[in-house]
Structures are given as C-alpha cells and as structure tokens.
Design a protein around this ligand. Structure first.
Ligand code: NAD
Ligand code: UD1
Length: 346
C-alpha cells in the first residue's frame, strides 16, 4: 500500500510543517506548489530537517490535467489541500482572485481526484483533508465555538472557505466513496523548533504574531493594538493561538483516521483557550527577552471581540489535542524570526 500523501500548497507555512510531521509519522509527502506565496529556499531547509530529498511538483492547482498527471505519477493515498490565497484585506480589494484561486483551485483538484478514481488508477478511495478556517464562524454569538455553530462570512476569503466546505458536502452526498476531513484552524502561530522554517509574510504582516516578531527584531517601530475597548478582561481582542506544530500533528491524525476507515468529519483545530493581544505581547517579551512597544489604535474593521474553539470533538474523533503553550509558540516564533530576519530571502 502506498504511503504517499500529496500536499497542495505544501511549500507554505502550514504545509511545510505538516510535511515534517507526515515524514516523522512514516508517510512519503509530495509537494504540489506554484510558489506564488512561498520561497523555494524552504525546500533545502526541509531536506536538512528530514534528512531526505523533498519531492516537489512545481505548478498550478488550477491546471486540472496537470494535477491529474501528478496524481497518476505519485499515486497518493491521500491529499491535503492547503493551496490558496489567505489575505483577508486583499480578498476585499480583489474578490475575483479569491473566488478564482480558492474555489477554482478546489474544483480543479477535486475533478482531478475524481478522474483518477473513476478510471481505477487511484490506489484508494478519494481521501482529502481540507484547510478551512475559524473565519467560517463569522462573529460567533458566544465562545467557546463548537462545530455546529452557524456559519457566515464577512469577506471574500471567508466566503471562499464556506463555499468549498459546502462543495465537499455536496460531493460526499453525490459520491459517498469520498472521505473528507475538514479542519477549521484557529490562529496558527510559531515555527519549527529548529528555527529553520517558519512563517514568512511577503508584505507587511496583517496577523498579530508575525507583526510582533518584526517589532521585536527591530524591523517595525511598534505594534498597533487594534482596540482596547472590547468586552474582554483587558479590553483587547481574544483569540485561540495554536502552535503550528500542533496543527501539523492534527493533519496526521486526520489522515490516519480517514485512511483507517473513519467517516468524514469537520473539526476545530484549536487549543480551547483564548489569549488577549496584551497577553501575547507579554508572553513574547518574556520568551524573547526583547521589548515590544505598542500603541492603542482604533478597532480593525471586521474584527470580533473573542474567538476560541471548543476542541473536544477533535480529541474524541481523532485522539488529537494541542500540547504547546503560548510561551513555546512565542519562543519558537522568535527563534525563526531572529535567525532569519528576512525570512527565506535572507
Ligand atoms: P501559505 O500562503 O503560506 O501557503 C499556501 C501555499 O499555497 C503557498 O505555498 C502558495 O504558493 C501555494 N499556492 C497558492 N495558490 C496556488 C495554486 N493556485 N497552485 C499551487 N499552489 C498554490 O498559507 P498557510 O498559512 O500555510 O495556509 C495554508 C492554508 O490554510 C490556506 O488554505 C489558508 O487559507 C488556510 N488557513 C490558514 C490560516 C493561517 O492563519 N495561516 C488560518 C486558517 C486557514
Ligand atoms: C485574521 C482574519 C481571519 C483569518 C485569520 C488567519 C481579519 C479580520 N481576520 O484573524 O479571517 O482567518 O487572520 O490567520 O483579518 N491585532 C492587533 N494588531 C495587529 C494585528 C492584529 O492588535 O497588527 C489583533 C487583532 O485585532 C486580533 C488579534 O490581534 O484581536 C489577532 O489578529 P490576527 O492575527 O490578524 O488574526 P484574526 O483577526 O483572528
């Protein structure tokens, strides 16, 4: 039986950490990526960590015949679909890019997987793990958030995740042979403890942790804390930060479950605990030994006060739970940023 797993978008932040976790679990990962939001230098880093050549197919998931050829060539028993665009602000400014690349990319991949299954060349039932997001909960009525909360969207990025989730449901209704694990990530942060790979935003970071690390390393003068009048203990926004290593382990658990014959599922990948912006700043200062100056700024449009997971379902279905502390998330993010101030471009 093949142990190959195809990772679309596998050169990106979450995909690269998942590749290592899959390698450590005995799988043979193959990356499919067009490097639109990643750097080929990650590949050499992955080879140093795994001690093995990294198998890569460079190309676009939108090219269905090529994706089909990749599937025939590598015969994966499962696919993890990370490829897509993820910048919320850009999705508001350029919605068609998001509908095209995210929804179009998913359609293309699913059609390619269906084709190799239909003609009997696939080694197993079509098995897919999909990168969804807590953004599908919109502005939740309460916390913690369970998977049965109503879904909504506030921007085209979130809308694209919602449409893909619905598409996967329709596909399973039409063809029950599909095995699908939908993973709703909360706020992935941190880096591999080696400090060799991590998050490498191409532009000014939108997300909190990469912004904080750039302030600490001296690339930006201070952090804008968006809002200090939320109904939270210290007035700043509360989120469920999860170490990317835990998230990577969640993908291994999801694949093991699906390949072991489990029903399809949709689960939250979070820690179940919320931390405020100021708690993250304090934790980061403690882990890095560097000051993180900040100033309060108005609330950011589209932000919610609190968002954290009820993580019980993933534990029950997959035997998975997050293990790393906020301190470890900060220490590992700092090791990556301080060792690679210019990310992979340095
Ligand atoms: P990332 O941008 O680092 O990785 C995505 C990868 O996909 C990149 O390497 C990019 O080059 C590749 N890609 C994009 N379009 C492609 C295409 N058409 N063909 C081939 N490759 C393509 O992002 P990430 O943070 O690793 O996120 C991975 C997935 O998880 C995304 O779908 C994202 O929406 C989702 N997600 C991320 C977060 C987060 O905070 N990082 C949170 C929730 C969900
Ligand atoms: C954001 C996206 C969400 C997406 C997720 C991916 C928005 C509105 N939401 O979530 O759709 O799925 O990223 O990881 O963009 N903060 C600051 N200063 C900063 C940056 C952030 O104070 O410079 C605060 C935010 O107001 C928030 C918290 O830090 O309270 C976390 O922000 P961020 O890392 O951007 O994540 P989300 O807003 O949860």
């Amino acid at each position: 039986m093949s142990t190959t797993i195809l990772l679309t978008g596998g050169a990106g932040y979450i995909g690269s950490h998942t590749l290592i976790a899959l390698h450590e679990a005995g799988y043979q990962p193959v990356i499919l990526d067009n490097f639109s939001n990643s750097h080929p230098a990650v590949l050499e880093r992955l080879e140093r960590i795994t001690g093995q050549p990294v198998r890569v197919e460079r190309g676009d998931v939108l090219e269905t015949p090529w994706v089909e050829a990749v599937l025939r060539r590598h015969q994966p028993v499962g696919v993890v679909h990370f490829a897509g665009d993820k910048a919320v602000g850009e999705s508001v400014a350029n919605p068609l890019k998001y509908f095209h690349n995210n929804i179009g990319g998913a359609v293309s991949l699913l059609r390619a997987m269906a084709a190799v299954h239909a003609d009997g060349t696939a080694p197993a039932a079509p098995t897919l793990v999909f990168s969804s997001s807590a953004t599908v909960y919109g502005d939740p009525a309460s916390v913690p958030i369970t998977e049965d909360f109503p879904r909504s969207h506030t921007n085209p990025y979130g809308h694209s995740k919602l449409v893909i989730e619905d598409m996967l449901t329709a596909l399973r209704t039409a063809s029950p042979v599909w095995r699908v694990g939908v993973l709703r990530y909360f706020n992935p942060v941190g880096a591999h403890p080696s400090g060799l790979i991590g998050e490498d935003p191409a532009d000014i970071p939108n997300n909190l942790m990469p912004y904080v690390t750039q302030v600490a390393v001296g690339q930006r003068p201070y952090l804008n804390v968006y809002g200090n009048d939320y109904p939270t203990p210290d007035g700043t926004g509360v989120r469920d930060y999860i170490h990317v290593q835990d998230l990577a382990a969640g993908h291994v658990a999801a694949l093991q479950a699906l390949l072991g014959g489990s029903e399809s599922f949709t689960v939250n990948l979070g820690t179940g605990h919320g931390h405020s912006v100021l708690e993250v700043v304090k934790a980061f200062e403690a882990a890095s030994g560097r000051p993180v100056p900040y100033a309060f700024a108005p609330r950011r449009a589209g932000d919610v006060a609190q968002c954290y997971a009820d993580a019980a379902l993933a534990k029950r279905l997959l035997g998975w739970e997050a293990r790393h502390t906020l301190h470890e998330m900060c220490a590992d993010a700092w090791r990556w940023q301080s060792g690679n101030p210019n990310g992979y471009r340095g």
